[in-house]
Every structure is written in structure tokens, then in C-alpha cells.
Design a protein around this ligand. Structure first.
Ligand code: HSE
Length: 429
């Protein structure tokens, strides 16, 4: 029996994810899964002399992308650099040349997925990106193939492990946002510059990819409404708990009347729902299909080992060949109309401080009534006797976002109002 020829692999990036992937590919037992030897031929790095956690064979490291691009022995390239540039340029050149690519890069896929797919289609190359959303959780594959028989109406997800860790700490230990963020950084969950995570952009990229696949359309990151978690305070968690809720950073995409609405923001979720129970750095994605009903994918959404699981899974699929072509691809069909945020209809939670004196509640209630918003509950919380103010926690029945924002503006104009702390949406179970 003749031995099958080796699968030639190139790797772009040797950070924590790239190193984990490289170590796995260099492990001789990995060949068993592929049914043939795997040869890691070239690894692109920024600095050749940087310290490495993985020992590579001589001559594999390079700081020149053309060494990867022009190596005819490379069948598939794995991109684990992250960031838009120069990853986008590298992927475009590889795919245009007919080299198939596996990427973990949510920013590039979310912003340029359809163009990259088009480049791949015209050269006969393939692009897979399971690791771009939810780390080790299989969710791209199920949306592309396993759930294809369904008409999908919504995707609701916790797809950022850093923020879910921070929110879990604030919820369970009463920590302030800054303290919870510091803990997340000390444990390596949050990056030294956590802006992309805590301001919601990381989740926006991931939701744009999920929505594009779920609804067979193209949703771009700038079509996703985005609010981060930096304004949340310990009091919000205390009051949410008293009302029976948890607070989570949710990524939600819905198809409503032939349009798509996509949003990332913190929201109150009833504590008995599955998503409310997703804790720490874990991720979960709930998909609602007309045949399957609600289906939830839960697991480790980040970290080198889970991400390597998704990357090497994609590598295996590409190595198997043509019959692994997915049923749905980003950009395969045209865009659907985007439903603006002001047309959202949901319940709201509002925490404000106001003068603690007769007639104040009536003025506040009128601001809501003027915009036909019906209040569900008004609770007076901590009073500050010296300042003569009280905290008010208000929940509404379902209302339009436009009406709620207009009511908020009116409230801000009231002289009795001393602070607007947080306006949060309450997600129906
Ligand atoms: N920074 C991301 C998170 C992991 O915290 O979930 C990579 O997508």
C-alpha cells in the first residue's frame, strides 16, 4: 500500500491561538484524524526572534508572506493573526490564487466575508471560519448545513466571554464594573486593551456573521446596533435580581416582516431562561427554527484549545474535499432591509434618581403617558435623605424604542430628575 501524500499547511500568526494549533499539527497522532501525514511547511510571524512556546522544525518560520503565498506545497493556509490588516490582504491574495483558507478572524469575516467568498468562488478555493464565532462551539457549521431545512426567525446569543465573565462577577459578588474588569484581566480573560469586548464590537462582528448565515443574507457590522456594558453598576444587578432577572450582554438578530433587526446591548433576562444561566467565560447561541424549535449551543467561546478545536475541524473538512462544501455561504444572496432600532418593541427597565417630594411620581408618569408608554412597575429604592433624592426603578409594558427615547428626553428636562443611571431593555423569555 502506498502512503498518502502529506497535507501541506501554512499558518499565519503564532500568538496563543496559532501556537496551540501549530503544536497540535506537529503532534504525530494528528495524522490519524487526517488519514495522511500533515506537514506544517511555513509559519508567518512578525518577529523571527520573539520567544516561542512551540518548537518548530528549522526553516518553517518566516516573516515574509510571499514565502507562504508562493509555496506550491501548501494546500491550505490557517489565518490566526486577528485584526483587519494585513489579514484581509493576505486572505484575498491566497483565495485569489486558489489556496483554501481556514480563519478565526471575526472582524475580517464580518466586514469582508462576501468579497472573500467571491474571490474563493472564482478561483475554486474554499474559506471556512468556524472559529470566528463562539470559539470551540460548533455554530457556523450548523447554520450552514444542519439547520438548513429550517426557516430561522431569531438568533439570541452570549458571544463574548470577557463581558460574560465581568457580568457574572458583578451579578454574583456585587463587584463594581472596574473591579470585575481588573479581575478578568488578571485571569487573562480580558485583554490589556479590552475596548472591543466591553464596548460590544467583538459581539457585533460575531452577530453580523451569525445573522448573515441564519437569514441567508448579508448583515454588515455597521447595521448592528451596539451598546457595551461600561455603564452598568452594582445597583442595576441588585434591582434586576429583586425583579427576577439577570443582566447579560445579548446579541440578538431577528427576522421581522421580511426585514432583519440586529442588536448588541445589555439586557435583563428572566433568571429561569437558559441564556441567563450561562456563566463566566462561557458562550451560548440560541437559534429558533420553524422545524427544530429553539436549539441552544453552549460551550467555551474563547481560549486557545477550544479555538484550535474549531480551526482543526475546518482543516479536516477542507482536507476531506469537495463534498464538504457548505449549503449556505455569506453573501450568497442579496441583503434584506434592515429594521431600524427605533422600531424595536420591547419592555424597558429604567433607573433614575429624582427629588423625594410630593408630585414627583406624577410628573414622571406623565412623561411616559405622553408617549403612550404603559408602566408595569415603579419601585422607590434607596433614598438619600441629605440630598433629598430617591432612586426609582421603573419597568414598562412593551413599548416602541422611539417612544421610549422620546420619553427619556422629556424626563431629562424635568427639574425634579437628578440623574438617569441606566435604561435597559428587558428581553422576553
Ligand atoms: N475576546 C473574545 C471574547 C474572544 O471575550 O469572547 C475571541 O473572540
Amino acid at each position: 500500500m502506498t502512503e498518502k501524500s502529506a497535507l501541506g499547511v501554512g499558518l499565519l500568526g503564532l500568538g496563543v491561538i496559532g501556537s496551540h494549533v501549530a503544536a497540535r499539527l506537529l503532534d504525530p497522532t494528528t495524522a490519524n484524524a487526517f488519514g495522511r501525514p500533515v506537514e506544517l511547511r511555513r509559519v508567518l510571524v512578525r518577529r523571527l526572534d520573539a520567544p516561542r512556546s512551540v518548537a518548530l522544525p528549522d526553516g518553517v518560520l518566516t516573516d515574509d508572506f510571499t514565502d507562504v503565498l508562493e509555496d506550491d506545497g501548501i494546500d491550505i493556509v490557517i489565518e490566526a493573526m486577528g485584526g483587519e490588516h494585513p489579514a484581509l490582504d493576505h486572505l484575498t491574495q491566497l483565495l485569489s490564487r486558489g489556496v483554501s483558507v481556514v480563519t478565526a478572524n471575526k472582524e475580517v469575516v464580518a466586514k469582508h466575508g462576501p468579497a472573500l467568498m467571491a474571490a474563493a468562488r472564482s478561483s475554486g478555493a474554499r474559506l471556512r471560519y468556524e472559529a470566528s464565532v463562539g470559539g470551540g462551539i460548533p455554530i457556523i457549521g450548523p447554520l450552514q448545513d444542519d439547520l438548513l431545512a429550517n426557516d430561522i426567525s431569531s438568533v439570541r446569543a452570549i458571544i463574548n466571554g470577557t463581558t460574560n465573565y465581568i457580568l457574572t462577577k458583578m451579578s454574583q459578588e456585587g463587584l463594581a464594573f472596574g473591579d470585575a474588569l481588573r479581575q478578568a484581566q488578571e485571569l487573562g480573560y480580558a485583554e490589556p486593551d479590552p475596548a472591543n469586548d466591553i464596548e460590544g464590537r467583538d459581539a457585533v462582528y460575531k452577530l453580523a456573521i451569525l445573522a448573515s448565515l441564519a437569514f441567508h443574507t448579508t448583515v454588515t457590522p455597521d447595521e448592528v446596533h451596539c451598546e457595551g456594558i461600561t455603564a452598568l453598576e452594582a445597583d442595576d444587578f441588585q434591582y434586576a435580581h429583586e425583579l427576577g432577572y439577570e443582566i447579560k450582554l445579548l446579541a440578538i438578530a431577528q427576522r421581522i416582516d421580511g426585514a432583519v433587526q440586529a442588536r448588541v446591548h445589555p439586557a435583563l433576562l428572566h433568571r429561569e431562561t437558559m441564556l441567563a444561566k450561562v456563566e463566566g467565560p462561557f458562550n451560548a447561541v440560541e437559534v429558533e427554527g420553524d422545524l427544530v424549535g429553539p436549539v441552544v449551543f453552549h460551550g467555551r467561546g474563547a481560549g486557545p484549545a477550544p479555538t484550535a478545536s474549531a480551526i482543526i475541524g475546518d482543516l479536516l473538512a477542507l482536507a476531506r474535499g469537495e463534498d464538504s462544501a457548505p449549503g449556505v455561504q455569506m453573501g450568497q444572496r442579496g441583503p434584506l432591509p434592515v429594521r431600524p432600532m427605533r422600531e424595536l418593541e420591547t419592555q424597558y427597565y429604567l433607573r433614575i434618581s429624582a427629588a423625594d417630594q410630593p408630585g414627583v411620581l406624577a410628573q414622571i408618569a406623565r412623561a411616559f403617558g405622553d408617549h403612550t408608554i404603559s408602566l408595569a412597575s415603579v419601585i422607590q429604592k434607596d433614598a438619600d435623605d441629605r440630598a433629598g433624592t430617591a432612586d426609582l426603578v421603573i419597568t414598562t409594558h412593551p413599548a416602541r424604542e422611539a417612544a421610549m427615547q422620546a420619553a427619556l428626553e422629556d424626563l431629562k428636562g424635568l427639574s425634579v430628575l437628578t440623574a438617569v443611571h441606566n435604561l435597559l431593555r428587558v428581553e422576553a423569555a
